[in-house]
Design a protein around this ligand. Structure first.
Ligand SMILES: [Zn+2]
Length: 77
């Protein structure tokens, strides 16, 4: 799991909650587009998600079976 250092905020634009997970933007891009989320990533390819947004993304990926890959691969790297 991509543990997040204290003081890092959620990368979703307009959200300033504390991030609990970090994840490669490639893994969540499609989910984010479908959900209408915008990320304030600057030049990073890694985004940070707060609990709320992490749950939303996870739910979406589960629904679309994208989570399968995470179970067998390397989650949140
Ligand atoms: Zn958030």
């Amino acid at each position: 799991m991509g543990k997040v250092k204290k003081g890092v905020n959620c990368s979703v634009a307009g959200c300033s909650d504390r991030a609990i997970q970090s994840i490669s933007i490639d893994k969540v891009q499609e989910a984010a587009q479908s959900m209408g989320l915008k990320f304030d990533t600057k030049k990073s390819r890694r985004i940070y998600l707060c609990e709320k947004h992490y749950k939303e993304v996870k739910k979406y990926l589960k629904k679309t079976k994208k989570l399968e890959k995470w179970k067998h691969g390397l989650p949140f790297t």
